[in-house]
Ligand binder design. Sequence first.
Ligand code: 5AD
Ligand code: SF4
Length: 435
Amino acid sequence: MKFYIETYGCQMNVADSEVVASILIEHGFIHTKNIDEADIILVNTCSIRENAETRVRGRLKVFQQIKKQKPTIKIGVLGCMGERLKEELLKQEVMVDMVVGPDSYRLLPNTIHKLDVEKVVETTLSDEETYEEILPYRTESNGISAFVSITRGCQNFCSYCIVPYVRGAERSRSPESIIQEINGLKEQAFKEVTLIGQNVDSYRYNNFSFADLLELVARQFPALRIRFSTNHPKDMTDQLLRVVASYDNICKHIHLPVQSGSNKILKLMNRGYTREQYLQRIASIYKHIPDVAISTDIMVGFCDETLADHSQTLSLMKEVGYDFAFMFKYSERSGTYAAKHLNDNVPEKEKIRRLNEVIALQNELSYESKKHDVGKVFDVLVEGYSKKSKKQMMGRNSQNKVIVFDAHHNTCIGDVVKVKVESFTSATLIGKIYE
Ligand code: 5AD
Ligand code: SF4
């Protein structure tokens, strides 16, 4: 039986799809990238905002058409949206044969075999499952860079967020299993790993902290580039920043979601820090890692957000000078604290206006950030060819900025080359190989 898998949402979902592929292949299923060949279509889904679910429902309509042509095909919904809706999803989307939540992937081979007889829903969450001994099958990868999950779940309970409900309690993987997985990647000639978790700073295995883990990985794999995401302002330690500063192979990029610049809103969001504490974390990052790039997540239009609160967000963005940001408007998720107890009272039109304002400001900040890079020489890990031309290649610097440059005939994907930045566009730096 051949399976095809499509992934939506965050890096964690990318990593999970690779665990799913590994489990299925282990049980004799064959992976295909061609949907027309598939006997099973799997879609790994995201619930973080309403529009993430809308996108999945759009895809399900397309799969329904495929099923009309080929009625034996099975369709499975995996991940967060499956966990959130459970049986309800089978009622809403009649072509779906199976719903499997993020902690039930080991059951998949069995579940699929049951589908000829009945539809199946498996959505029990676990306090222990980390899939730690399963070596992910890198379906989504370019062969250069891979995600390695170090924790699962989340228990911060930000008042807007569905993740603790659909991904369950937080658990950490053993350092040994993480090292073993990275060893495998090194042997397959991968050049970069990103350690991922909903909140990497809350990684803890017995007395081993995230800073300890990062240092261990940096020492064991001096030839690999090491990234990590996502940090949490309430938990990120100076010890971690010292580790990042001490090892050349740890990339100088910190993703530190702020969400809002207003103390009133941060409190309503249950974020666990104030604007002042956040800015203190930023000051500490710049102090320890002067050549760092900082990115963030920002959400506009949360419950009771006034214009004064919104302008606090704008002023904080300027104060930090983010290199990059993911920006969203608040989307109420049923079951969360905010949905139950707060009022989603910023009108949609106003949310859009505030979002556009935040995006316009971030464009200016990103422009400034890139302007400062002109004339600098960076080590760039080559990831592939530029979208526009085969004569140009692209990669990233330590700060996670994309750089496009004219390829030399002997430049290969996976090489690290020195590139001098000469100009930039809205999204990329443009440079030349620097001898
Ligand atoms: N509405 C809008 N954005 C959200 N995020 C999380 N939950 C919601 C929601 N209900 C954003 C946050 C988070 C990122 C992953 O998604 O900014 O950091
Ligand atoms: Fe990832 Fe969160 Fe979306 Fe789940 S809801 S896929 S954890 S972003």
